[in-house]
Design a binder for this molecule. Structure first.
Ligand SMILES: *Cc1c(COP(=O)(O)O)cnc(C)c1O
Length: 387
C-alpha cells in the first residue's frame, strides 16, 4: 500500500502525511478544543480534542506504524503513558517489573497504584527460567525495559513475551532507550510498547511526552477509553514538535550510536576506567540476546572509575558534556545515578545491584566524537587523585 519499505522512509512519510486541504507537507497544528457539528449526530469525525485531535492523531498513527502495532496513543509525559497502561488493571491484580525499571515506574506502583490495591513484585527478568515460576494467579502483566537503566541490563523480550502468552497475561516493554529505529518489541511478541518520547523520539530536550502502542484491537479500545476518560493527552503543539523530531530519528540515532560505540571502546582501554557497561561490547551481559533483538547496542553507556579518581571532580571538570538528568537529546549528558536518577533506592540495595557511588551514566549526543572524547579525557585526568 505504501510507497516505501524501510523505517528510514517511514520516519519521514509515515502516519498521516501532510495536509490534504492545502498541500502543506506538514500536518498543521490544529490548535482547537472543539469542532463545529453540521447537525445533530453529524460531524467530520472530530468532536472534542481530549477525545481526538488531528495533529495528535497524525502522531499516534505514526508511532503505531513505526512500532508495527495496531494503534498508538499520545500522552502528556512518559509517566502519563505508563499510568494509562497500568490503569488497565484492577484491584487485586499484580504486575511484575524488572529489577531496574525506570524509578518513576516503580514510584507510581509503590505510592499510587498500591492505594488501589494493585500490587507489584520486582524480579530479575534476565533469568527467564525463574521468571516463569513467579507468575501467580494475581499477576496480570510483566513490564520490562531492555536495555535497562543504569547498568544497561539486557532482557530477552521474545522470551518474556512467550512466558506472558503461556500464562494468558500481558507483556509490556518500555522501549525508550532503543526507539523503534533500533528495536521493535511488538515484532518480538510484546503486547504493549511504551515510550518516554521526551528522550530520543523528541530528540532535542525541548518537550515532555509519552506514547503507547498496542498490538490488538481489544487493547486499542481499552486504551482509547482510558486516554479519553483520564485525559492526560499530549497538546497539538507538542504533538507537532514530536512528529518533527521523529522525522530525523534515523540520522540522529546513527550518529548517537556511532559516538556511543567509539566512546565505549575508548573507555574500555582507559587505565582509569574500572568497568564499562554497554550492550554493544562483545563481553557485555546480554550481548548476544541484544544482537538478536536489536539493530545495535543503542547510545547509552555507563562506566565506573577506579577508586583513585574523584567522581565529583570528574563531573565538575567536564566542559562540553552537561551534568543533567534525562537522555536522548542531541547534546551529550552525564549523570550520577547514585545521587540523581536512582537516589530514591536505599544505598544497600543500590550497592547490591551494582549502582555504586562511582558509576557514571553517559547519553552520547551527536557532537563530533573527537570533541566528546577530548572532554572525557581531560575530565578523567583532572579527577585523578595523587596518592
Ligand atoms: C524518562 C523515562 C520515563 C518517564 O518519562 P517522562 O517523559 O519523564 O515522564 C519512563 N521510562 C524511561 C525508561 C525513561 O527514561
Amino acid at each position: 500500500m505504501s510507497n516505501y519499505k524501510n523505517i528510514e522512509s517511514a520516519l519521514v512519510h509515515g502516519g498521516i502525511y501532510g495536509d490534504k486541504h492545502t498541500g502543506a507537507v506538514n500536518v498543521p497544528i490544529y490548535q482547537t478544543s472543539t469542532y463545529q457539528q453540521e447537525g445533530l449526530g453529524q460531524n467530520k469525525g472530530w468532536e472534542y480534542s481530549r477525545t481526538g485531535n488531528p495533529t495528535r492523531a497524525a502522531l499516534e498513527a505514526l508511532i503505531a506504524e513505526l512500532e508495527h502495532g495496531e494503534a498508538g496513543f499520545a500522552f502528556a509525559s512518559g509517566m502519563a503513558a505508563i499510568t494509562a497502561v497500568l490503569s488497565l488493571f484492577k484491584s487485586g491484580d499484580s504486575v511484575i517489573i524488572s529489577s531496574n525499571v525506570y524509578g518513576g515506574t516503580f514510584r507510581v506502583l509503590d505510592k499510587i497504584f498500591s492505594n488501589f490495591d494493585i500490587g507489584y513484585s520486582i524480579e530479575d527478568t534476565t533469568d527467564i527460567a525463574s521468571l516463569d515460576k513467579k507468575i501467580t494467579p494475581q499477576v496480570r502483566a510483566i513490564l520490562v525495559e531492555s536495555p535497562a537503566n543504569p547498568l544497561l541490563t539486557v532482557t530477552d523480550i521474545a522470551a518474556v513475551a512467550g512466558i506472558a502468552k503461556k500464562h494468558g497475561i500481558i507483556s509490556i516493554v518500555d522501549n525508550t532507550f532503543m526507539t523503534p529505529y533500533i528495536q521493535r518489541p511488538i515484532e518480538l511478541g510484546a503486547d504493549i510498547v511504551i515510550h518516554s518520547a521526551t528522550k530520543y523520539l523528541g530528540g532535542h530536550s525541548d518537550l515532555i511526552a509519552g506514547l503507547v502502542v498496542v498490538n490488538s484491537g481489544k487493547l486499542a479500545e481499552k486504551l482509547a477509553f482510558i486516554q479519553n476518560a483520564t485525559g492526560s493527552v499530549l497538546s497539538p503543539f507538542d504533538s507537532f514538535l514530536l512528529i518533527r523530531g521523529i522525522k530525523t530519528l534515523g540520522v540522529r540515532m546513527d550518529r548517537h550510536v556511532e559516538n556511543a560505540e567509539k566512546t565505549a571502546a575508548y573507555l574500555e582501554k582507559h587505565k582509569g576506567v574500572k568497568k564499562v557497561y554497554y550492550p554493544g561490547l562483545p563481553d557485555a551481559q546480554g550481548y548476544h540476546v541484544n544482537k538478536n533483538q536489536a539493530r545495535n547496542g543503542g547510545a547509552m553507556i555507563s562506566f565506573e572509575l577506579h577508586e583513585n579518581y574523584d567522581i565529583s571532580k570528574f563531573f565538575s571538570s567536564l566542559k562540553l558534556i552537561a551534568l543533567a538528568e534525562s537522555l536522548g537529546g542531541v547534546e551529550s549528558l552525564v549523570c550520577h545515578p547514585a545521587s540523581m536518577t536512582h537516589a530514591s533506592i536505599p544505598k544497600e540495595t543500590r550497592q547490591k545491584v551494582g549502582i555504586t557511588d562511582s558509576l557514571i551514566r553517559l547519553s552520547a549526543g551527536i557532537e563530533n566524537i573527537g570533541d566528546l572524547i577530548f572532554d572525557i579525557e581531560q575530565a578523567i585526568s583532572k579527577s585523578e587523585v595523587q596518592l
